[in-house]
Design a binder for this molecule. Structure first.
Ligand code: IPM
Ligand code: MN
Length: 375
């Protein structure tokens, strides 16, 4: 089992609950590394509001450098209310993340929406509608309206943002989405606004042509307004959702809540240099430092990170441990399980489940008891 490989991970804890959830993620990564015989070395960098405080910029050059050299980047969260409430702030934490995506060429953002049966009650959707939901969003991440020409027109106090895509940008993410679809049912839904936008019509032409010569791909099209509705009325019709930057941003938040908790959803951003892994949720400043945040999205992002390093068994061990703890009915307060535990306790439990393997499952009674007496 021992492959004795060593990987360099650049860790960017960021703001708010970022550092707490990242601590749990690292605990769990170390546990699987130990069990499956590889080693991980960490280098920590600043990004977001904390980087503005320390360096005057949301993404210092040293951070970009450390990320470019790493085998993978593990990010907590960024954002601080003091910037959210000041639209005139010239320097903002989010700029750090956008610049990092661009610098690393992270053109594909992959956000799986998985439903855990134990959490189905938390979903705003009825159980029979949620049943069988399991899809993944492929969101284009380094182009479109996020990075197009923007500006102000002082003459009439106007402002504009442009959505521009070229063929190469559309092709490379489509290829990844098709590859993913082949490992699943083969169905790809292209979400756009081709009845109105020229850039969407270009997406359709290119994706349609690629699908015509791709084996095993069944391509469907949906306008984004309809897709937003379909995700609520029949989410189980989706398998791979392929879309542009802005539509993907909006739809992935929608996708995340139907699973029950935003605190469960991981993401991967893949591109030209090192890949980046982060929870879908934000920095949740109200919970920062209280040890109550849900670390599972980060822990599951760690599983995606290991897959990118081809440590498939280790990734599976993490997912199995998370599913087991959910079955035990233990979780952070947002999960409203039978037993509520803290962020660090949940990290410890997942770690023990990984270290102990089979025997952990047999200790259910004592584990439940120990958690409920501490709380
Ligand atoms: C996300 C976030 C970012 C985005 C923000 C923080 C810039 O909402 O990762 O989905 O809009 O891409
Ligand atoms: Mn978003």
């Amino acid at each position: 089992m021992s492959n004795q490989r060593k990987f360099n991970i650049t860790v960017l804890p960021g703001d708010g609950i970022g550092p707490e959830v990242i601590d749990q993620g690292i605990k769990v990564l170390d546990a699987v590394a130990d069990r499956f015989g590889f080693s991980l070395e960490y280098c920590v960098g600043d990004i977001g509001a904390i980087a503005i405080d320390r360096h005057g910029t949301p993404l210092p050059d040293e951070t970009i450098d450390a990320c470019t050299k790493a085998d993978a980047v593990f990010l907590g969260a960024i954002g601080h209310p003091k910037y959210d409430h000041d639209p005139s702030a010239k320097i903002r934490p989010e700029q750090g993340l956008l610049k990092l995506r661009k610098s690393l060429g992270l053109y594909a953002n992959i956000r799986p929406v998985t439903v855990y049966p134990e959490l189905a009650d938390l979903s705003p959707l009825k159980k029979h509608i949620l049943d069988g939901t399991d899809f993944v969003i492929y969101r284009e991440l380094t182009s479109g309206i996020y990075f197009g020409k923007s500006g102000r027109n002082p003459e009439e106090n106007g402002a504009y943002d442009t959505c521009y895509y070229n063929e190469a940008e559309i092709r490379r993410i489509t290829k990844l989405a098709f590859d993913a679809a082949r490992q699943r049912s083969g169905k790809v839904t292209l979400v756009d606004k081709a009845n109105v936008l020229e850039s969407s019509r270009l997406w359709r032409e290119i994706v349609r042509d690629m699908a015509a010569s791709a084996e095993g791909i069944e391509l469907e099209y949906l306008f984004v307004d309809n897709a937003a509705m379909q995700m609520i009325v029949a989410p189980n019709q989706f398998d791979v959702v392929l879309t542009s930057n802005m539509f993907g941003d909006i739809l992935s938040d929608e996708g995340s809540v139907i699973s029950g908790s935003l605190g469960m959803l991981p993401s991967a951003s893949i591109g030209e240099h090192s890949s980046l892994f982060e929870p879908v949720h934000g920095s949740y400043p109200q919970a920062a430092g209280k040890d109550i945040a849900n670390p599972l999205a980060t822990i599951l992002s760690g599983a995606m990170l290991l897959e990118s390093l081809e440590q498939f068994e280790a990734a599976k061990a993490i997912r199995d441990a998370v599913a087991l703890i959910c079955r035990f009915g233990i979780g952070t307060q947002d999960l409203k399980m039978n037993i509520t535990c803290s962020c660090s306790q949940l990290g410890d439990l997942i770690t023990s489940a990984i270290q102990e393997g089979e025997t952990f499952g047999l200790r259910r009674g004592t584990i439940e008891e120990s958690v409920s007496t501490i709380i």
